[in-house]
Each structure stands twice: as C-alpha cells, then as structure tokens.
Design a protein around this ligand. Structure first.
Ligand SMILES: Nc1ncnc2c1ncn2[C@@H]1O[C@H](COP(=O)(O)OP(=O)(O)OP(=O)(O)O)[C@@H](O)[C@H]1O
Length: 264
C-alpha cells in the first residue's frame, strides 16, 4: 500500500500538553504530550489498557483530564466538551459499533448530519420551504458519501442485516456525514477479515486524501498501522514511550520491550 503523493501535511491542528487522567486510583494517562498535524494520519498504539481509548475520549470531550492543556485550531482549552468538540469538527467512530440497528444505512448516515441542520422541528413546521431545501442538500451530501463508500446497493437495508465489515463502513459514513476536520477512529479494523481490512484501509486513505480529513486512529493491527500512518504515538501503562514515524517507532527499544512484555 502506498501513500498518495499529492498529500501535504500542514501545521499543528491539535496539540495535547501534559495530559493526565485518573479514575480514582487508576492512572489512565500520565503527563502525555503529542500533537497532530493537519492532514496527517496519526496512530495511537499500545498494549491492552495502555490508555488509548482514554486518550481519544479526552480529545472529543468524553473524559476531562485532571491536568493538561488542549489546543485545537489555535484555541487553548483546559478540556473539551463533547458538543463543542463535535460542533468544531471532531467526529469519531467507536470500538463497538454504535449505529441504530433497525434503521437503514441511509437513515443512519443521515443522523450524522444532525449538527449541520439549521432547521429544527418547529422551524420545519413554520418554514416548510427552506426546511425542505435544506433537507435536499443534506440528502445530496449523504448520497455522495454513500457513493464514495461504495454502499449504494445496501442504502435501504437495515444495518442489523449487514455483515460486520459493512456495518463498520456505515459507521465511517455517519462520521463523514458531519464533514469533520478531524476523524477519530477507535479500532476501525477490529474483528475484520483480511479483505474487509484492505477495504477499510483504502477508505481511510481515500478520506484523508480526497477530503483532506485529519485522522487519529487506534489500531491493534501493526501491519495496518505501519502501512498507513504518518506518525505513531505509543502508550504503555498510561505513559508515552514512543513517538515518531513508523520506522522510528519500530526501532524504539522501549516500544519493543512493551510489546514483548519485558518487565518494567
Ligand atoms: N471509565 C473508566 N473507569 C475506570 N477505569 C477506567 C475507565 N476507562 C478506562 N479505565 C482504566 O484506564 C486504563 C486505560 O484504559 P483504556 O481503555 O484507555 O486503555 P486502552 O489502551 O484503550 O485498552 P484496550 O486496548 O484494551 O482497549 C485501564 O487501566 C482501564 O481499566
């Protein structure tokens, strides 16, 4: 797999400084700092319980760190809140698929447009015309995403009837419907077979390349991570033990030890 040559990594868009997060006595994250550059694919890796999901949850405001500073698009904040994060262009997918199982693919992806909708129900009742025009615009955008993800043939199918790999693709579609600046992917390949993984890799690279979306992903499949990421941050027991290009991280002795389970 090769990266598209036209890609250009920009300035830092998200900067995390000295983030610490504890749940009671459990230190999930200890003094973690790293940044994400515009347009890059940034991976967070580490053994089980290393703090990867906690880190994503800090980025989109689910968890509030006790210490640290987040700078997003030049704006400093102590922490994020989920609504503000979503509104300011941070979308995510989850480790366990979080879709409306009884609803069609189309309707599920449409829910991703919610934050973009200006007309609420009352306005829709009062101003039928503008609301209808807006709805058409949203449908158009959703249809573009459906085309892009090559899921036209299942657009009316309830999500519960789809194989796992396609459900993951629909979840990606819903996140894309928000037209995010940063897309957080929590184990996008988990539970997939080889072919499904290849498809997902291709879509992630295409989203990054064609939409210019910055991507932060957690992934256990090292082959995938090393193949598609520009830079990788490595966590172990809530601490950062490595940060750099895939080659740099591969050669880092602390990282090798963590993965081989060498005692601290
Ligand atoms: N809501 C919570 N309450 C209490 N402890 C938590 C909570 N969320 C995470 N932890 C703890 O924080 C630590 C980091 O967990 P986290 O889920 O972030 O790791 P991870 O690297 O994503 O793990 P995995 O690869 O297994 O998903 C673990 O010790 C975990 O038990």
């Amino acid at each position: 797999m090769t990266m598209t040559s036209t890609r250009k990594i920009g300035d830092v868009i998200l900067d995390l400084q000295n983030i610490s997060l504890a749940f009671g006595g459990v230190k999930a994250l200890t003094d973690i700092s790293f940044d994400v550059r515009k347009h890059e694919i940034r991976a967070i890796i580490g053994p089980n319980g290393a703090g990867k999901s906690s880190m994503l949850n800090v980025i989109n405001g689910v968890y509030r760190p006790q210490q640290g500073k987040i700078t997003y698009r030049g704006e400093h904040r102590k922490d994020m809140d989920t609504y503000a994060a979503a509104k300011s262009g941070i979308a995510r997918t989850f480790q366990n698929i979080a879709l409306f199982k009884g609803m069609s693919v189309l309707d599920n992806i449409m829910t991703g447009r919610n934050l973009k909708m200006k007309c609420n129900f009352l306005l829709q009742a009062l101003y039928w015309g503008p609301a209808q025009k807006e709805e058409i615009e949203h449908r158009k955008k959703v249809e573009q995403i459906i085309d892009f993800l090559e899921i036209q043939h299942i657009r009316k199918t309830p999500v519960s009837r789809l194989p796992y790999g396609l459900q993951k693709r629909v979840e990606l579609g819903r996140a894309l419907a928000a037209e995010p600046e940063i897309l957080l992917l929590d184990e996008p390949m988990a539970g997939m077979n080889v072919e499904e993984k290849q498809d997902m890799c291709r879509f992630i690279l295409d989203v990054n390349d064609q939409f210019g979306t910055t991507i932060v992903l957690i992934e256990h499949d090292m082959g995938v991570v090393m193949d598609i990421s520009d830079r990788v941050v490595v966590l172990d027991y809530g601490k950062k033990i490595g940060d750099g290009t895939p080659d740099e991280v591969r050669g880092n002795q602390d990282v090798i030890n963590a993965y081989l389970g060498v005692a601290h």
